[in-house]
Design a binder for this molecule. Structure first.
Ligand SMILES: Nc1nc2c(ncn2[C@@H]2O[C@H](COP(=O)(O)OP(=O)(O)OP(=O)(O)O)[C@@H](O)[C@H]2O)c(=O)[nH]1
Ligand SMILES: [Mg+2]
Length: 300
């Protein structure tokens, strides 16, 4: 396989505005819930690779944080993650767009900045299950005026509409190359990263307002050599007042968070797990780049 001159392989960075459905799409391609998904924007904070290998091709999908104008240190790091994936790593940029005419008009600068990179770009119009045909058509016309490409396809990442067709479009644009990863490698992340992301996803799904954005998860212990596997995680919040909200009345909220996260971790790892959570206050951690790098250094 690796020495085959007809073998295709390359990196496909999935880029777009927050909430476009990028993480849902990488999960659909990889047929596994590897990336955290939530209805709230800015769920994804760091890049994540999902690798699909067949006899004839290997696609390395890269999920990225949504494009934003960063304010905090965390948002600046998120932006750097996206820029690296799009500018440096990508053989193909897969631009995922929600056909929301108002948003497309407001974020014209972002779409122009991707066009300026002059990289091979495929545009996938997502969430077609939610939008009227007219709005989809008009969105495509605007995007065609910005991007000189016919590589535009309408999909639903959630309902898995046209996902195979999108994959064919990617393959036809993929360079000839030997694979970059052995065929049994499905991601560039360790199991403990997925455990931390599952807990963070549950926080995004369960808590309101600024709480998910003030929260970071750090896996302190991950013992795989015992049954059930044992995981101890710290949940950091950036304000004192957020700690009692995470814990909830009589500890009910954190109990539910712990139970639901544990179940998801068990089903992801296909192993029995025992999860323990502890909430810590780290004032203004979202503006402390060293702390953020410390949290993520083990996962890269
Ligand atoms: N109806 C519908 N909803 C979708 C579709 N794709 C994604 N969603 C929903 O859109 C929301 C955002 O999805 P994500 O995959 O987290 O979006 P994202 O682009 O990764 O967002 P960030 O990481 O915040 O930038 C979730 O509630 C998804 O279920 C789709 O094709 N149709
Ligand atoms: Mg995401």
């Amino acid at each position: 396989m690796s020495g085959d001159l007809h073998y295709k392989a390359g990196f496909v960075s999935i880029a777009g505005l927050p909430n476009a459905g990028k993480s849902t799409l990488i999960n659909s391609f990889c047929q596994a819930h590897i990336a955290a998904v939530s209805p709230k924007p800015q769920t994804t904070r760091y890049h994540l690779k999902g690798i699909k290998t067949t006899e004839n091709y290997q696609i390395v999908f890269i999920d990225t944080p949504g494009f934003i104008k960063p304010k905090t240190a965390l948002e600046k790091i998120m932006k750097m993650e996206t820029i690296k994936a799009v500018k440096e790593d990508a053989d193909i940029i897969l631009l995922l767009v929600e056909p929301n005419l108002k948003e497309i008009a407001e974020k014209k600068d972002f779409f122009a900045s991707i066009a300026k990179l002059n990289k091979k770009t495929i545009i996938a119009i997502n969430k077609i299950d939610l939008y009227k045909k007219e709005e989809i058509k008009d969105s495509i016309s605007i995007l065609k005026s910005i991007y000189d490409t016919d590589n535009i396809i309408e999909i639903s990442a959630l309902k898995k509409t046209n996902i195979k067709e999108l994959e064919y479009l990617i393959i036809s644009n993929l360079p000839f190359s030997p694979p970059y990863y052995y065929e049994d490698i499905l991601s560039d992340r360790w199991e403990r990263y997925f455990a931390s992301e599952i807990i963070r996803e549950e926080i995004f799904l369960k808590y309101k307002d600024e709480i998910p954005y003030s929260t970071a998860v750090s896996i302190e212990t991950f013992k795989e050599d015992i049954q059930p596997i044992y995981i101890f995680a710290n949940i950091y919040v950036s304000k004192k007042s957020h700690k009692p909200i995470i814990i909830g009345e009589n500890g009910r909220a954190i109990k539910k968070l712990r139970e639901d996260s544990e179940k998801k971790i068990e089903s992801f790892l296909n192993k029995k797990a025992k999860l323990e959570l502890f909430v810590k206050v780290r004032e203004n951690w979202t503006d402390d780049p060293v702390f953020i790098n410390m949290l993520t250094k083990d996962y890269k």
